[in-house]
Design a protein around this ligand. Structure first.
Ligand SMILES: C[S@@+](CC[C@H](N)C(=O)[O-])C[C@H]1O[C@@H](n2cnc3c(N)ncnc32)[C@H](O)[C@@H]1O
Length: 486
């Protein structure tokens, strides 16, 4: 008898009580509960969406063990992990090689936790011994003079890619020694988990990195323990793996692929639902967020690697715009997007801003929405008729304070490509001090009817950004607040 996949007993969300405020006190809509941490904490993007949000939509879309959910911008795998925990098959696409690696490893639960810990012990002993022979005690902060030439360094082309001061020379040396010891075990079943644990320790403990909404450099640490934080990350993995030992889970797979070419890796009509959080037009550079671990672990070796990676991403920031870019041709009739791009350019001239990046603000806005249109167009072939899609997107005013109502525009693009707009949920709001306006983070719910049923109307004729979204069949309730678990 074929065993049925395990569905762990996870709390599902409930509808909010009527009249519930948009923003729960203390930001409960974004808070992580303990059951939101297992597997997710192996490595996570700061500001990735909360796992329980995925659960809400999986439940609403009626996904069960017969369905497959896609996250075409899977980042570090929140959707994939939640699907797996809930007994639903999942597939992810991610164009940033390190993020795709993280997603793949975070959903690989085939590892024996005891074998993982035994390998961790052996590797840590070798690293501590090697460091000791160099006169370094990893547990004690080194306050003596450093023998700089003796310290291990990255190859010059790779070192140039690092954010300045993101890691100090001595912690980098110790991390490279540990990496060598891990690399002695290439080919062993737990090897890649060891690498991910090192990435986690690098970013959140060994480096000088600091995360606000953006990645930056915080307090510079001359020295930092390396082996112990790595062991802690390995221990966390082993603890989580123990929880699922002996249970059977459905398949989950993360592809290194561009969501604008989903049909290259996914079978036609193979996807029952999409739950995702794509980039927003907000100047966030995802290759910068993962730069340190990508470089130290060898995912990006030089500028040409970095450029090739950036070219596979949706253009959501001016540092990723290239001369041949033409995704804007996917939105030829979008008068509102043209209007926004022109308003940004006018504001730039008014303010006398002349840097190369500022000159690209208008252009990147068009390229962003064009890329998203191209992605939605491509997706149509891989969706099963009736498939539901949930896209978490946020309003932005990053470009000289010109408001971009991302959710509204994205919904209009979807409709122009033949998708039905089911509704737009409000997930949370953020007050933008610069514009003194509320920026909405919304979940746009679309449905693929099975064939392109659009009437050929230019998008602009249906678009009025200040108009609330109509929820079909429910004229009184124009917009609903996302049901979040408290
Ligand atoms: C908001 S993040 C997703 C975060 C994700 N929900 C998580 O749990 O980590 C958006 C992701 O889209 C990826 N991305 C951008 N353009 C892409 C493209 N064309 N194809 C696939 N992934 C892309 C970025 O590298 C980034 O990891």
């Amino acid at each position: 008898m074929k065993p049925t996949p395990t569905q762990l007993n996870l709390p599902f969300c409930t509808e909010p009580p009527p009249g519930r405020p948009l923003r729960a006190k203390g930001g409960a809509e974004n808070r992580l509960s303990p059951e939101d941490r297992a597997f997710h904490d192996w490595y996570r993007f700061v500001l990735s969406y909360p796992p329980h949000l995925v659960g809400c939509y999986m439940q609403e879309f009626g996904l069960d063990e017969h369905g497959t959910v896609l996250d075409p911008f899977c980042g570090t795998g929140t959707t994939l992990i939640e699907a797996k925990l809930r007994g639903v098959s999942s597939v992810g696409l991610e164009a940033n090689p390190f993020a795709q690696f993280a997603s793949s490893i975070k959903t690989d639960w085939s590892i024996d936790p005891d074998a993982l810990l035994s390998l961790a012990r052996r590797i840590s002993e070798s690293a501590i011994e090697l460091l000791r022979r160099q006169g370094l005690d990893d547990a004690l902060e080194c306050d003596g003079k450093l023998d700089e030439p003796m310290l291990r360094k990255l190859p010059p082309q790779a070192a140039k890619l690092l954010i300045t001061d993101s890691i100090s020379p001595l912690p980098l040396h110790k991390a490279l020694v540990l990496l060598d010891c891990i690399n002695d075990h290439q080919g062993e079943s737990c090897y890649q988990h060891c690498l991910l644990a090192l990435a986690n320790a690098l970013v959140f403990s060994i480096s000088n990195l600091h995360f606000g909404p953006e990645v930056g450099v915080g307090k510079i640490k001359r020295d930092a323990p390396v082996v112990q934080p790595w062991l802690n990350a390995m221990q966390m993995m082993a603890n989580d793996l123990r929880k699922v030992c002996g249970k059977i889970f459905p398949e989950s797979r993360a592809y290194l692929a561009d969501a604008r070419h989903a049909g290259k890796v996914l079978q036609p009509r193979s996807i029952d639902a999409v739950i995702t959080s794509p980039p927003y037009p907000n100047e966030k550079d995802y290759t910068r967020t993962t730069r340190l671990e990508s470089v130290v672990l060898g995912f990006v070796k030089d500028r040409s690697d970095l450029r090739a990676n950036k070219q596979k991403l949706i253009r959501s920031n001016t540092r990723g715009v290239y001369s041949g870019d033409d995704d804007d041709k996917w939105i030829p009739d979008q008068a509102e997007i043209d209007r926004i791009a022109n308003a940004i350019e006018e504001r730039r001239k008014e303010l006398g801003k002349t840097s190369g990046f500022e000159r690209l603000y208008g252009r990147v806005t068009k390229l962003y929405f064009g890329g998203m249109a191209r992605h939605l167009a491509e997706l149509r072939t891989v969706l099963r008729p009736g498939a539901h899609l949930a896209y978490v997107v946020g309003d932005q005013a990053s470009y000289l304070r010109v408001m971009i109502r991302t959710g509204q525009l994205f919904a209009e693009i979807g409709q122009s490509l033949g998708y039905d707009l089911v509704r737009i949920d409000l997930f949370r709001t953020r007050f933008a001090t610069a514009t003194r306006q509320q920026l909405r983070e919304e979940v746009v719910i679309l449905r693929w009817p099975g064939k392109d049923s659009r009437r050929s109307r230019p998008i602009a004729s249906r678009l009025s950004l200040d108009r609330p979204t109509i929820r079909p069949g429910d004229p009184d309730e124009q917009q609903r607040t996302l049901p979040c678990r408290n």
